[in-house]
Design a protein around this ligand. Structure first.
Ligand code: GLN
Length: 497
């Protein structure tokens, strides 16, 4: 088999199961690739080479013994550093957690292990998943493999860049406002934010608990579905986990058919404010869906224009509360503990030293929004907007099977370009945030390169809650048509590093 790092997860899993290659060879090839290119990309914060090779050896032993294998046995994966992995550094991109090693596995990690997936290491991210560029990581930014001077998106830029740099065929992200989908969009990869409650949050370091959702990332729709199936399903350890059968996303990805499907174009999520090349590729993708037999209709969701505003009240409110636990007493960094300072002073000094500027900004915003006398005007009002957005989606899904929009308003911007302008940074998620507020599922998949800069453009597909299979049905069909047209996946055009 040629270069193992260029293969899909589905192909690798088959090759390992049929003894064409060993899991150790596959893992070593990816570790070598990381050693060769990650100095430029910085997708990984921590590479777990020893445990990855040990895991791969165990898979090879199972293959030799004829023991039943997990669905993606021996396939390597990059894990966003916001998910606890027993005994390995888990920082959430923050200095405040430097040196902390979780004493337990998150449910996502436990399921990856059960599927015999090999975890290569922890991927870089904006601190506590706050950001759209990975520049808010306390450990330095990740670079977009398409153009190293550009951002890979965020907060899960490390996971997306690891895929685009062929350092791993699979990755895990988390999506609170777009952190799986926007990085997928700007790196030419696929990412899915499952229905809220579809994948367990147990062991995910919480940002905004009512919005957070882990999900699968890969270079193709089928690989994403295979990973989705491996991590999804009810978990009694997560109180908001849905106790219902997970839709068959793998069958949907294989079926890949939009004939007779009604697809709604969201009026409010296109046009003004979207880069010309993004709009052009989006229009072409709609034409392809129409040619494939879908019916395209326009749908208005009038309250979406308030989504960003509501999100930036709800998210900081929940984050300010969730992040109260990082006080130097229980985990990671402790500063100012000189025997003279009081406990309160040690907590304050630790938080001052351990949190970056964006995290502090959001803690202050959230504390203000929740403060007595302002609660109803800010947090309460934002929750009402959230209900209106959910109603917009419900009304739309009475008319159509899925909704679509561009994933992000622009292609990857330059590192540093938006760093001093928080509002410009927040606007990246204008199309992805409504999905989190309503708790439904959505996919981003690549639909071409913008003519003006040659960078990837993503389309977002949105489906009703617990109908994540529709994302794969439509995404798979569109990907197949585009692959026929180009003769390969878009990611194969990524410039060699
Ligand atoms: N970019 C958004 C934010 O900064 C989304 C974050 C996320 O999904 N984790 O909040």
């Amino acid at each position: 088999m040629n270069d193992l790092t260029r293969q899909s997860a589905a192909v690798l899993a088959d090759a390992i199961a049929s003894k064409e290659v060993t899991a150790v060879e596959v893992t070593q090839a990816h570790l070598d690739r990381i050693a060769a290119v990650d100095g430029k990309v910085h997708a990984f914060l921590h590479v777990t080479a020893d445990s990855a090779l040990a895991q791969a050896k165990a898979v090879d032993a199972k293959v030799a013994a004829g023991t039943p294998l997990g669905a993606l046995a021996g396939v390597p994966l990059g894990l966003k550093d916001v998910l606890a992995m027993k005994g390995e550094p888990t920082t959430a991109g923050s200095k405040i957690l430097e040196g902390w090693r979780p004493p337990y596995d998150s449910t996502v990690v436990a399921r990856l292990r059960a599927a015999d997936i090999v975890i290569l290491g922890k991927t870089n991210m904006d601190e506590f998943a706050m950001g759209s560029s990975t520049e808010h990581s306390a450990y330095g930014p990740t670079h977009n493999p398409w153009d190293l001077d550009r951002i890979p998106g965020g907060s899960g830029g490390g996971s997306a860049a690891a895929l685009a740099a062929f350092e791993a065929p699979l990755a895990i992200g988390t999506d609170t406002g777009g952190s799986i989908r926007q990085p997928a969009s700007v790196t030419g990869t696929v990412g899915v934010k499952p229905t809220y409650g579809g994948v367990s949050r147990y062991g995910q370091i919480a940002l905004a608990s009512s919005l957070d959702q882990p999900g699968p990332c890969a270079r193709s729709v089928l690989d994403t579905a295979l990973l989705h199936a491996a991590i999804a399903g009810h978990d009694p350890r997560d109180s908001t986990s849905i106790n219902a059968t997970v839709p068959d996303v793998v069958a949907a990805a294989k079926k890949a058919d939009v004939r007779g499907m009604r697809i709604g174009v969201v009026t409010e999520l296109s046009g003004d404010g979207y880069q010309a090349g993004v709009s052009q590729r989006y229009a072409e993708a709609l034409d392809i869906l129409r040619e494939l037999g879908a019916e395209i209709v326009e749908v208005s969701c009038p309250h979406f224009e308030y989504a960003l505003g509501a999100y930036y009240l709800i998210l900081p409110s929940e984050a300010s509360s969730n992040l109260a636990r990082f006080d130097g007493m229980r985990y990671g960094l402790r500063a100012g503990d000189d025997g003279k300072n009081s406990v309160e002073q040690v907590m304050a000094i630790t938080r001052e030293a351990g949190f970056g500027p964006e995290v502090k900004r959001r803690i202050m915003l959230g504390t203000y929004a929740l403060s007595s006398g302002y609660y109803d005007a800010y947090y309460g009002q934002a929750q009402k907007v959230r209900t209106l957005i959910t109603r917009d989606f419900n009304a739309a899904f009475e008319k159509v099977d899925v909704l679509v929009s561009p994933t992000a308003p622009t292609t990857a911007f330059k590192l540093g370009e938006k760093l001093d302008d928080p509002l410009a940074m927040y606007l990246n998620d204008v199309a992805t945030i409504p999905v989190n507020l309503a708790g439904i599922g959505a996919m981003s998949l690549p639909i071409g390169l913008a003519p003006e800069d040659g960078l990837p453009v993503g389309m977002q597909i949105m489906a009703p809650a617990m109908a994540d299979d529709r994302l794969y049905l439509a995404g798979g069909a569109l990907e197949a048509a585009l692959t026929d047209k180009w003769g390969h996946l878009l990611i194969e055009e990524a410039p060699a590093l």
